[in-house]
Design a protein around this ligand. Structure first.
Ligand SMILES: [Zn+2]
Length: 152
């Protein structure tokens, strides 16, 4: 999906955290937006990849687009690392991981799917999917925005 849609999904992660009482700190919420863009750091022309071009090029060269950064390995390692190091997962990490997972969910809705169990090559994809940049993508993002607006 495109960055704008990922941001809407990131706001959706914030909305879900708000609705469920997770990460009560409002200051952590912007991190969901960072998390929602973070997996596409593996694409040098993405919104985030353009801002950190050398790092993006390196990750792209090592793993390709929709490789390691589009799996569950990084959020799982982050959560396990927090629990191991601090005994709990701080709200800012919950927010970052929620945004990250929102990105994976959004890309799961596309024909390419996501390799959730990387390095295994199996890609997971929704049975109903939308092409990136299509009108259907905008309909999905608009529907999500409407749900959040209606039930905030
Ligand atoms: Zn992506």
């Amino acid at each position: 999906m495109q960055a704008r849609s990922h941001l809407i999904f990131g706001i959706g992660a914030t909305w879900l955290m708000h609705r469920t009482g997770w990460a009560a700190s409002v200051h952590a919420w912007p991190l969901t937006l960072v998390g929602a863009l973070l997996p596409d750091i593996d694409h040098p022309k993405s919104m985030l990849g353009r801002r950190v071009a050398p790092l993006s090029l390196a990750i792209s060269g090592l793993f390709g687009h929709r490789g390691m950064t589009h799996s569950l390995i990084l959020p799982v390692l982050a959560i396990v690392g927090c629990i191991y190091g601090w005994g709990h997962v701080p709200p800012w990490m919950l927010a970052l991981c929620a945004g990250y997972l929102s990105h994976l969910l959004a890309d799961w809705l596309t024909p390419s799917g996501v390799p959730l169990c990387w390095p295994l090559r199996t890609r997971f994809r929704s049975p109903l999917f939308v092409s990136t940049g299509s009108a259907a993508e905008w309909c999905v993002a608009a529907a999500l925005a409407f749900v959040m607006w209606r039930w905030w």
